[in-house]
Design a protein around this ligand. Structure first.
Ligand code: FNR
Length: 363
């Protein structure tokens, strides 16, 4: 019998995944001063025990002010490497691979942490930076007004992404994912809704994409060349009919995906939305797959990961079989059901490789 695509190994550069199931990055708002804890070891480690091919750790800030909330994971200090390596070693011991999302929250860097929210004045969020600043460019009224980055500061942030890639290498991670989605800093640059600059980082698509492409170049130069790089993007601001004027859309995404591939990106991880509060998200099973498919069709040679309400083995297999994507990322599905991989395997009638300690659970 032919092995379902979902359970066939996947190789890109020197990274070989046991299957095509990826745990999508998910902020847990459980770090202190950027440090992962035993919560992260148990949380991320369990996905490996349960057979995910690749586990991508949550958005991790490349500089302290680039956190979404004070409880975000950070990768701005060499001190963060130790725990990250412990987690990576464990994940490897389970036959799985680990990536981390390199992030800067941009204009959304002043969110109250969801679990305990001290008044804003009592914590760090006083320097919220973005391509363009001012009251009119707040994400919403609960957020602080962003301040426009100078060109020199832009270069410093780019360097911070490169330094984070070095730390990821030292921690033994198999890949890094540059977070260009969901209304965070890179997306703020890409979208004309949030980028009002008139210098070389704003205006034309080339200029708005410059920041992302320079981040890619810096990360590529600072991450082992045999290891792949992922980029996550929102393929659209999802605001047509809602706001006047140009926004970010799939046409621009495809063009930038081509440039990103030429700059050394291996996998595009295609999400949507998050940059404009008035967005209209019409979420249904596989709702973002058509965006992934467009990128895959129009940028040959660039691997694509699909994400968004992919909840069963059958659904995932169809996406792969119809050549709409190369990898399937799942977020909430793994929170609801840690056995996602095993259940998908049952559905597809395949004996998935599973942690030996858990083998008896099959019977
Ligand atoms: C997320 N998501 C997310 N995305 C991202 O790029 N970086 C992140 O750190 C997070 N954090 C996060 C936390 C939690 C609790 C959830 C539920 C989601 C988005 C996530 O990766 C995914 O794209 C969406 O959840 C859609 O996929 P699912 O959940 O339908 O499989």
């Amino acid at each position: 019998d032919k092995i379902p695509l979902l359970f066939q190994p996947f190789q890109v550069k020197d990274l070989t995944l046991a299957n095509r199931v990826v745990v999508a990055p998910m902020c847990m708002y459980s770090a202190k001063d950027g440090f992962m804890t035993n919560f992260h070891l148990a949380h991320l480690g369990s996905f490996a025990i349960h057979g995910a091919g690749l586990v991508i750790a949550e958005a991790s800030a490349v500089e302290p002010r680039g956190r979404i909330s004070p409880q975000d994971v950070g990768i701005w200090s060499d001190d963060h490497i130790h725990k990250l390596k412990e987690i990576a070693d464990f994940i490897h011991s389970q036959g799985s691979k680990m990536g981390i999302q390199l992030a800067h929250a941009g204009r959304k860097a002043s969110m109250d942490p969801p679990y305990s929210a001290p008044p804003k004045s009592e914590y760090w969020a006083d320097d919220v930076v973005a391509p363009s600043g001012g009251e009119a460019l707040k994400w919403d009224e609960n957020f602080l007004a962003p301040r426009e980055l100078s060109v020199e500061e832009i270069h410093q942030v780019i360097k911070a992404f490169g330094a984070a890639a070095v730390r990821a290498t030292k921690a033994g991670l198999d890949t890094v994912e540059i977070h260009g989605a969901h209304g965070y800093l890179i997306h703020n640059f890409l979208s004309p809704v949030t980028n009002k600059r008139t210098d070389s980082y704003g205006g034309s698509l080339e200029n708005r994409a410059r920041f992302l492409l320079e981040v890619i170049k810096e990360v590529r130069e600072n991450f082992p060349k045999e290891k792949p790089i992922f980029v996550r993007v929102s393929a659209s601001d999802l605001v047509e009919d809602v706001i006047d004027g140009p926004s970010w859309d799939i046409e621009q995404t495809v063009k930038v995906a081509k440039w990103a591939k030429d700059a050394g990106v291996d996998v595009f991880h295609v999400s949507s939305g998050g940059n404009v509060a008035q967005q209209k998200i019409n979420a249904f099973p596989g709702y973002q797959v058509p965006f992934a498919e467009r990128v895959k069709k129009e940028v040959p040679g660039l691997y694509v990961a699909a994400v968004g309400i992919i909840t069963s083995g059958q659904q995932a297999e169809e996406v792969l079989a119809q050549e709409k994507a190369d990898l399937i990322a799942v977020a909430r599905g793994f929170l609801r059901d840690p056995h996602f991989v095993l259940n998908a395997a049952k559905e597809l009638n395949v004996k998935a490789k599973y942690s030996q300690q858990y083998e008896r659970g099959r019977r």
